[in-house]
Design a protein around this ligand. Sequence first.
Ligand code: NAD
Length: 246
Amino acid sequence: MGRLAGHHVLVTGGSRGIGAATVQKALGEGAKVTSLDIIAGPDLGANGLSLAADVTNAADISRTVEQAVAQFGPISGLVNNAGKNSYADPVKMTEAEWEDVFSVDLKAAWLVARAVLPAMIAASRGSIVNIASVHADMTYPGMFPYAAAKSGLVGLTRSLALEVGPHQIRVNALSPGYTETFLVQEFFEKNDPTLRSQVLKAHAMGRMAQPSEIANCIAFLLSDEASFVTGANWRVDGGLTARFAG
Ligand SMILES: NC(=O)c1ccc[n+]([C@@H]2O[C@H](COP(=O)([O-])OP(=O)(O)OC[C@H]3O[C@@H](n4cnc5c(N)ncnc54)[C@H](O)[C@@H]3O)[C@@H](O)[C@H]2O)c1
């Protein structure tokens, strides 16, 4: 019996990167798992369902959540993981570009939570994990306004935790540091080629995370072992934010 046996976990952005590692970890821990993504994901076998959905679109969310519940029963765990980086110039950025960043990196977490909370409240059981970022605490030039959206997601986590806590539903944020995925590759491609080695040196552990290392912590927060953890923001960054320049 795994730590997530008897759970149905919904992971947004589950087709690759941290989301895909979370899907595999949750399956390995005995959960039924549904992944929502705009890109196609791998076949998840008998205990998994991979559905096409844009998590900024409320109609897509209600259609796919209904399908997932029909297949595996009520959702008891939600990982709001879908997200993207932003590299805008604060002067040249358009309102449409601003709204695009905030709808994926912030609003979608509320939209998906809104769709699954009624069943969690009815069951007096649930765990929501919002994947924020170390950018909620400190940031990097050229990534406007990613830090604002991820800080907002940590605020949303605190606020939602207070709203649903009386129903025994837990809401936490998990803030990864550099993790070897498409987003980090894209970040290094946009910057000076020497940046990668500087970044490695800034980590207490001298390396970046593998997606599975982030997924392990997400699985803990989803599980009943984290039964008194709520309203928190867990930094999982290999000691990156423990250090300042010098
Ligand atoms: N990789 C890192 O170093 C890092 C660090 C801190 C935080 N994060 C956060 O972790 C999360 C996962 O990032 P990743 O590095 O695995 O990136 P990734 O690009 O590999 O995966 C993100 C997934 O989200 C999906 N997605 C994007 N927009 C979507 C939408 N509108 N609807 C449905 N699916 C959508 C993508 O198709 C993709 O499969 C993101 O929220 C990211 O901001 C990543």
